[in-house]
Design a protein around this ligand. Structure first.
Ligand SMILES: Nc1ncnc2c1ncn2[C@@H]1O[C@H](COP(=O)(O)OP(=O)(O)O)[C@@H](O)[C@H]1O
Ligand SMILES: [Mg+2]
Length: 407
């Protein structure tokens, strides 16, 4: 049974929403409905399921109805018609009291503006949800500390949130949701305010966390790059309607909407673009002589979740993930080999974009670029890859995609 099921869901804004329903059900567009009734389609005829343990991404440009949809799911907004189920429970028919209990037991929510309390500590912010529920202090602290540890904020408990960077604050917001141990987490543009490097890193951490905790996540974003990186499947929305549902690969290889189609056309054209053109320089690597402690220091300083490891000739050996290094430091292990992950994906300088894309969609990890001697030359992260595609100057279409993408 799916964890979350949405059936024929409609939300119409205006003075008389129901009056517009017949037209909406006939499939008229937002523009047509507005002209004929003065009502605004928030979302129209939305259907999808989210399986237990899945990350489902809802993607669309600004105004496509993403926030309306996610707010209908926990009924912060009342749907005009349609049904929502969580497991066996029909959310749409619940009383106020049942709803409150549902939100406490099953539904966590993280927003872009997550309303942290600046004059409270990190711990106290993470405890907030539990506090509202009336959980006693000892248990509150215990659960909040556990959640803070999960999001990498152990040791930060007593800081004030106003002193933290955007990325750290977002972690606190996530910890607050996790402390309640919800089965489903709703995230509305939760990472959108972060700068790109931290954002990619948070995406990967969130994926790791999700695999570990097996939570079901409904993840909202306006950014195709983020959608491809995060989603097991993607629901693509436009003007309040679902235009396509599929895996990132399905959507990129068989696009149903003009928006994605144009994007993929760019991908086809960009066969001339090679790994060498889009790779980024590497500023820091792990050397053979670096032990776990030195490695962890370098990784933290670089602000990433892993670094490549090379031998004394600069040849690629593997990657060193931060969590692995941290584990070994904690255990007091000093052997550099113990932290090396040799299962690293690499491409050569002349690999074309299409092939890199396929590799990255399958692996979701940064890809190393090496020369014919396996010497490390650069790195490709998926953000840079997609940016290269949409910025490609050879066609004007690319500009349209680019501007739509950043709207
Ligand atoms: N409270 C509201 N009253 C009237 N129209 C609204 C309201 N909230 C959203 N809308 C409209 O519904 C559409 C979808 O908005 P929204 O769900 O916020 O989109 P997104 O989150 O994808 O940017 C937009 O056209 C928006 O103007
Ligand atoms: Mg929104």
């Amino acid at each position: 049974m799916p964890m979350l099921r949405v059936e024929n869901l409609n939300k119409i804004f205006g003075t008389n929403p129901k009056s517009a329903l017949p037209l909406v059900e006939k499939g008229l567009s937002r523009e047509q409905v507005r002209e004929q009734t003065g009502q605004t389609i928030g979302i129209a005829n939305v259907n999808f399921e989210v399986q237990r343990g899945e990350i489902l991404v809802v993607m669309g440009l600004s105004g496509s109805g993403k926030s309306t949809l996610v707010r209908c799911v926990n009924r912060l907004i009342e749907p005009t018609s349609g049904k929502i189920y969580i497991g066996d429970d029909e959310v749409t028919s619940m009383s106020r009291k049942q709803l409150i209990s549902l939100r406490r037991r099953k539904l966590g929510m993280v927003f872009q503006h997550f309303a942290l309390l600046p004059h409270r500590t990190v711990l106290s912010n993470a405890e907030y949800g539990l506090e509202v529920m009336g959980v006693d202090q000892t248990q509150r602290t215990e659960k909040a500390m556990e959640a803070l540890k999960l999001v990498g904020l152990k040791g930060w408990e007593n800081q004030y949130t106003s002193q933290l960077s955007g990325g750290m604050q977002q972690r606190v917001g996530l910890a607050r949701a996790l402390a309640l141990d919800p089965e489903i987490i709703l995230m509305d543009e939760a990472l959108s305010a972060l700068d790109p490097l931290i954002r990619t890193d948070m995406q990967n951490e969130l994926i790791d966390l999700q695999r570990k905790l097996e939570k079901t996540i409904l993840f909202i974003t306006h950014d195709l790059t983020e959608a491809v990186n995060m989603g097991d499947r993607i629901v693509l929305m436009k003007d309040g309607k679902v235009v396509q549902i599929g895996t990132a690969e399905e959507i990129l290889t068989n696009p149903a909407s003009r928006y994605v189609e144009r994007f993929v056309e760019e991908l086809e054209k960009s066969k001339v673009l090679r790994a060498e053109t889009i790779m980024r320089p590497i500023h820091e690597v792990i050397h053979g002589g670096d032990g776990p402690r030195a490695a962890l220091h370098k990784i933290k300083k670089a602000g990433v979740s892993a670094l490549f490891s090379v031998d004394s000739h600069g040849k690629l050996k593997g990657t060193v993930p931060a969590d692995k290094a941290a584990q070994l430091v904690e255990k007091g292990v000093k052997d550099p080999k113990a932290m090396l992950d040799t299962n690293v994906k690499s491409v050569t300088l002349d690999t074309n974009l299409r092939d890199i894309m396929t590799l990255m969609v399958e692996n979701r990890q940064p890809v190393a670029v090496v020369d014919d001697e396996n010497t490390l030359k650069g790195v490709i992260v998926i953000g840079a890859l997609l940016a290269a595609v949409s910025e490609h100057p050879e066609s004007q279409e690319s500009e349209a995609v680019e501007s739509e993408n950043t709207k």
